[in-house]
Write a protein that binds this ligand. Sequence first.
Ligand code: HXC
Length: 272
Amino acid sequence: MAASTESPFKSNILKGKVALITGGASGIGFEISTQFGKHGASVALMGRRKQVLQSAVSVLQSLSIPAVAFEGDVRKQDDAARVLESTFKHFGKIDILVNAAAGNFLAAAEDLSPNGFRTVLDIDSVGTFTMCHEALKYLKKGGPGRSSSSGGAIINISATLHYTASWYQIHVSAAKAAVDATTRNLALEWGADYDIRVNGIAPGPISGTPGMSKLAPEEISSKARDEMPLYKLGEKWDIAMAALYLVSDAGKFINGDTMIVDGGLWLSRPRH
Ligand code: HXC
């Protein structure tokens, strides 16, 4: 369903752009990779699992999308630097960075070790900052392969669970709060100095993702009709369309925002 829904955007809106997507070989990240490619971009995928990367690249190439994958862990600064350099060497520039890599599991706070808490912050928050930090020299205006007046764009995938509080998700809530702060602060500093736009997307429950199967399985699906204003789960496609909008010229005046794409779920309550 998601992949076959027709895009409302012209197929050339990312023509000539190069995007690096962490976590880009699976889940929401892979749909973003696919849609960016279908709209003209060349895509580089970063992830930890070789097999998953290889099969994702095969699918993209079968769609005639220029695609390459590099193994790496966003927790390692050397991996971040190496993958960015490899992407640059392969495609000659980098226009877009999407931080979609994330770690997650359900754990009650009392059962969660500090190392478990730290692990998710390391992946989601520090990993996002590390990738942004290492990408700066490529994305800034006047960077290699760029004009002297135009910088690139960053999208950080967030969540909505830290807007309130979420059962057994203290680690992810803390991590995504830090991601949102990072989005705003980089938007301020790098927008002003380097013409880089930094935005986020906060997905609600999205069908067919590791997040849904790991965190919320059937309970959310069966209750969705009662609790969600749009009466359904989102699709990966919905997140990819938001990403397309934000990184394309349509979003050229948007900076420092984290767009909520959840059908209104986070603010809704059961009737009565
Ligand atoms: C409690 C756990 C745990 C669990 C790991 N830990 N899994 N604690 N319950 N289920 C603890 C460990 O005990 C350990 O602490 C610490 O975390 C590190 O564990 P490792 O296994 O060594 O970590 P690692 O192999 O690096 O794995 C990282 C991971 C893993 C986060 C644990 O699940 C992962 O990488 N997942 C990535 C894929 C993923 O889940 N993507 C979906 C994201 S969805 P101790 O103290 O024992 O050493 C998403 C949606 C968010 O982000 C929004 C939803 C609404």
